[in-house]
Design a protein. Structure first.
Length: 498
């Protein structure tokens, strides 16, 4: 392990990889600071540019963008009360009141330092947990992989947001598209009305459509109306003595963020909210939260950045995306001909270990760039929505065409773009569709293989302890959110937070 990790650091310190790290960080800040975009869209837009690039360079660029975009949302949350990402909503609750009090620089400083510490702590936790998890998964056979796929699909109840049934509907839509192509056992075409579909729905064009094109259509509606920016000063030269009462909050938020991030379907948004609530509950002055308490900013930002490394753990070790953005990263790996999961550490160890190294090396870079450029990033708000939509659409179409050098992926991108736009209009989440496109082929292929080995006897799925545990977890993860959603929810004091 130590030798592989040192090799990962050597790879990341290569000039081209460092350039990719810097580029991903800069683009991530810009994407995160644009309300409504976020890390999922940023990663999806960057994926087409990774065609033909060395896998290490590609993954370092994508992961650094993911990390920086999660922080970038805090900039506009603090200065404009407009969270750039969903995970920065809790940051705005105290960050914007601090800015109105003339402490915008301090709020930005807290958010950047808290994000950096959370990212660094979670990176070490990822190194400590991902490898043992992958070693356990090396014992997996067809039944375990099938159960693992079912478990991943069952997380749709969590990805459905406030309505698990909407998530289930989205999963059904994803399954309908995932079964298109050749039957994995006998090679019979299924719902493939053209030869281009024999290999199934191309993943990257579908992702570009669902996230990029649909977002461009929303931009054209001109729904954003932002308040004037608050002046920023003294972001760099703040006394560290002001952090005396924040370290426990940052450490607690980092731990909560990583643990929540490991749970597939939870994500940075839930991590930041839980961290904020726990910090408020432990405070001697809970009434100050929402009025400009620095601990609220530290709690939210340390957690949402720690959740990024948490989401990488099941992705690298099990091949299950811990978040919607992680699902896109799986697609990026598969484009490179690399299968995420337990064998990744055996067949392509340079990928996970370079990611580990990039997370550690990239944190100081992210903090420095964030501190120096805080006043610059917020200016992206001034970009006209129509121009931004045109750029996003152009990048998506060019990327779709480049994937196969044909127009068919472009048609797929446009189709899924309009589909994503309609689904978002009726509040149906897109992540379960991505989950089905990624995980259903794995689950189906291993299901068929298991039945061939058992000569059609389904009892084989009850003969392996790991398989049984995964199937039970899948059942619980599917049913618990549905049951909880049916219970009447009492009025919460949190409703009064502004």
């Amino acid at each position: 392990m130590f030798a592989d990790l040192m090799n990962g650091f050597a790879l990341v310190l290569h000039p081209y990889v460092l350039l990719a790290l810097m580029g991903g960080t800069l683009v991530g800040y810009l994407i995160g600071a644009m309300p409504g975009l976020g890390p999922s869209l940023g990663v999806a837009l960057l994926v087409p540019f990774t065609y033909g690039i060395d896998p290490v360079i590609a993954m370092v660029a994508l992961v650094s963008l993911y990390m920086a975009a999660e922080y970038g949302g805090a900039i506009t949350a603090i200065l404009l009360n407009t969270p750039g990402t969903a995970a920065a909503v809790a940051t705005a609750w105290d960050g914007y009141p601090m800015a109105k009090k003339g402490e915008a620089g301090f709020a930005l400083h807290i958010s950047i330092i808290s994000s950096g510490i959370g990212a660094l702590i979670s990176a070490f936790l990822l190194i400590a947990t991902a490898i043992p998890l992958s070693e356990l998964a090396l014992q997996f056979g067809p039944t375990e992989y099938c159960a693992l796929g079912v478990f991943g699909l069952s997380l749709v109840s969590s990805l459905g947001g406030v309505s698990p049934l909407r998530g289930l509907l989205a999963l059904c839509i994803g399954v309908a598209f995932a079964v298109i192509g050749m039957d994995p056992e006998n090679g019979t075409p299924r719902f493939a009305f053209t030869p281009e579909l024999f290999d199934g729905i191309p993943l990257v064009p579908a992702l570009l459509g669902l996230y990029a094109i649909s977002e461009a259509l929303f931009m054209l509606e001109g729904q954003d109306a932002n308040a004037p920016a608050i002046k920023v000063s003294k972001v760099w030269s703040l006394p560290w003595s002001r952090y005396r009462n924040l370290w426990i909050t940052i450490l607690r938020g980092s731990g909560i963020g990583y643990i929540i991030g490991v749970i597939p379907g939870a994500g940075a948004s839930i991590a930041s909210l839980i961290s904020y609530n726990e910090t408020k509950r432990a405070s001697h002055d809970p009434a100050s939260f929402g009025e400009g308490n620095p601990k609220g900013v530290a709690a939210s930002e340390s957690a949402n950045n720690a959740a990024v490394s948490g989401a990488m753990a099941p992705l690298l070790a099990l091949g299950i995306p811990g978040s919607a953005t992680a699902a896109i990263l799986i697609g990026a790996l598969m484009i490179q001909g690399i299968q995420p999961g337990p064998l990744l550490f055996v067949r392509n160890p340079e990928i996970p270990y370079s990611i580990f190294a990039s997370l550690i090396i990239g944190v100081p870079l992210m903090v420095i760039v964030g501190l120096f450029g805080a006043r610059l990033w917020v200016r992206v708000i001034d970009i006209p929505a129509s121009l931004l939509a045109a750029v996003v659409t152009a990048i998506s179409i060019v990327g779709a065409y480049a994937s196969e050098n044909s127009m068919f992926p472009v048609y797929v991108t446009l189709f899924f773009g309009f589909l994503g736009y309609v689904l978002r209009k009726v509040n149906i989440p897109l992540a379960p569709i991505v989950l089905a496109l990624v995980l259903l082929p794995m689950a189906e292929t291993n299901y068929r293989q298991a039945l061939v080995v058992a000569e059609g006897n389904h009892m084989i799925f009850l003969q392996q302890p790991i398989t049984v545990v995964l199937l039970v977890l899948a059942l619980l993860s599917f049913l618990v959110p549905l049951i909880r959603n049916r219970r009447p929810i009492p009025a919460s004091k949190a409703d009064s937070k502004k």
